[in-house]
Ligand binder design. Sequence first.
Ligand code: SF4
Length: 411
Amino acid sequence: MSRSIDEARAVLPDGGPVERALGAASPEIRAILERSLERRDLEEEDVRTLLRTEDDDLRALIATADRVRAEDIGDVVTYVVNRNINFTNICFVNCQFCAFKRQRWEADAYDHGIDAILAKVDEAVARGATEICMQGGINPQMTAFHYRDVLVAIKTAFPKIHMHAFSPMEILYGSRRTNMSFFDYLTMLRDAGLGSVPGTAAEILDDEVREVLSHKKVDVATWIDIISTAHRVGIPTTSTIMYGHVENLGHVSAHLALLRQMQRETGGFTEFVPLRFIYENTILYQRGLVRPFPQGASDLRMYATCRLFFRGSIDNLQTSWVKLGHELSALSLAAGVNDFGGTLMEESISREAGADAGEYTSPEEIEALIRSMGRVPRRRSTLYGEVGASTAAGNAHSAAESLPAGNALGA
Ligand code: SF4
């Protein structure tokens, strides 16, 4: 890892004016970067070009992303105090990139009942969490209305906690099990207390790639339908990409273009989160279908490109300390990132795939990492509103869940 950190450090801006970095870049790259500085849209072709940059071109890309971040968002880096709850690891979908799933007869399969989930929420609230991030495997034995029932139980006991839960794959499964349309199912979950939906299960939004990754997973048209419907019923979502497996640059650029188009139509994305594929314990890697993705400078290249491509559409770019580790995610703050994600308290999915960043990062540690990059930490609500002093007793984030700038739905 230290080599990848050194390589990442070597492409960071030197603190000088962006014009100097641009002056050292090739004319082709400089032209793209200047267009972004002029707030003109980048095209898919530009994404493919930027994702091939090296040396001075890469330094200019990162310096430009840093400048754009400073102009559009400022120096504050936000984070949320939350807890992850992966309530079951039983899953029949069998994604080839997933080391988390279990068959129900395996010794370490689990399915937390509602009481166990409530105990975890209670513990999180006692530690000041304002958000529960909850996703799980697709358990064929769950009752049809299980997701709704879990929400109702949590929100009855902890009315102020923000529920960020259920990936599009879970929404698909829940709507099938209940024979409800996506609109009706999502409306029911919203009324039961669902505050926002993780834009996961996106991986790469290309059906050929998805066939390799997981042929049972929600297809592209259905993913778009579910997310757009969530936005329509007033449930904001995040947006993600999983990079570094079988995809090519064309898949990445088309994926980003699709998300940008959706954002222009619905305004429902709160943020974009690039997620590097953690390969170690996955079937894809064990069968030789993927090679380790280069780490460090490659991650910064991805983050910087996303900052520029989403300029004017998705303002919040979130790093993933779970995937990158603490040091590299701190460095990513210099490549266009303005959000550090959450404390999590319990993270299983990436850890089982081989990530070693741990399951919890305390607010103090997150703030120290942010300050180490000369930036200003600020705790936020899930929807990028302000959070006041939270107290365990009252589950009282005094925070208004106010709408973030630049996202019509408040996402
Ligand atoms: S990624 Fe999710 S849906 Fe796919 S196998 Fe793992 S738990 Fe199941």
